[in-house]
Ligand binder design. Structure first.
Ligand code: DX5
Ligand code: ZN
Length: 231
């Protein structure tokens, strides 16, 4: 890598304690996280049901000012894009298979003043990017099949990351390359070397509270950053 990348860590609140979500988000941000990764599942596009725009808005009202990265695992997507713009999302990403009109959905996100992104399942080809590189601010590669936290990283995603990194570099555009699924202290450096700059981690962070301070996650965040510093 010619220039050092600006690495960002995005805890997935899917693995947080939903009964005290505001405090969990405050705690993980105070412990040094950069971005709040917000997983939206609809029991239709993926086999699970989570949280929607009302919860995103509630976090903003609670006082969360960090970027909120809304990962929409829903079909159809366009109405929820509008709802998440209104709810205060910063990034809105969706799966191209879930939209009938990918270009239009990306434009809706940008028109709402948010950063836009496409999400690629393990078997989804990157060719969906061919004609929309000028309309994405983030490319999110799934390293598990979407729907659940705590799954194992699919190793073939490393080659796909290298391919996505090459596309971004060739475009000369400022596009973040995010990875989601099975990221942990043991593999984050290898994932960064393959080209990712934004790292979602759910179970690896929320299952690793500081031993002596139950409301802090500094230990695991420092371990993740130490690994990134070695890249
Ligand atoms: C899976 C979600 C992920 C999930 C990651 O469909 O998109 O964001 O929370 O969880 P871990 O980091 O536990 O694999
Ligand atoms: Zn996600």
């Amino acid at each position: 890598m010619a220039t050092p990348r600006d690495f960002k860590i995005a805890p997935s609140i899917l693995s947080a304690n939903f009964a005290r979500l505001g405090e969990e988000v405050d705690d993980v941000l105070a412990s040094g996280a950069d971005i709040v990764h917000f997983d939206v599942m609809d029991n239709h596009y993926v086999p699970n049901l989570t949280i929607g725009p009302m919860v995103c808005e509630a976090l903003r009202k609670h006082g969360v000012t960090a970027p909120i990265d809304a990962h929409l695992m829903v079909k159809p997507v366009d109405r929820l894009i509008g709802d998440f713009i209104d709810a205060g999302a910063s990034y809105i990403t969706f799966h191209p298979e879930a939209s009938e009109h990918v270009d239009r959905s990306l434009q809706l996100i940008r028109d709402g003043g948010c950063k836009s992104g496409l999400v690629f399942n393990p078997a989804t080809p990157l060719s969906y990017l061919d004609y929309v590189m000028d309309k994405v601010d983030m490319i999110l590669l799934m390293s598990v099949n979407p729907g659940f936290g705590g799954q194992a990283f699919i190793p073939g995603t490393l080659d796909k990351l290298r391919e996505a990194r090459a596309r971004i570099d060739a475009s000369g555009r400022d596009i973040r390359l995010e990875i989601d699924g099975g990221v942990k202290v043991e593999n984050i450096a290898e994932i960064a070397r393959a080209g990712a700059d934004t790292f979602v981690a759910g179970s690896a962070i929320f299952k690793a509270r500081n031993a002596d301070e139950p409301h802090r996650y500094d230990g695991v965040l420092k371990a993740l950053r130490d690994e990134l510093a070695s890249v």
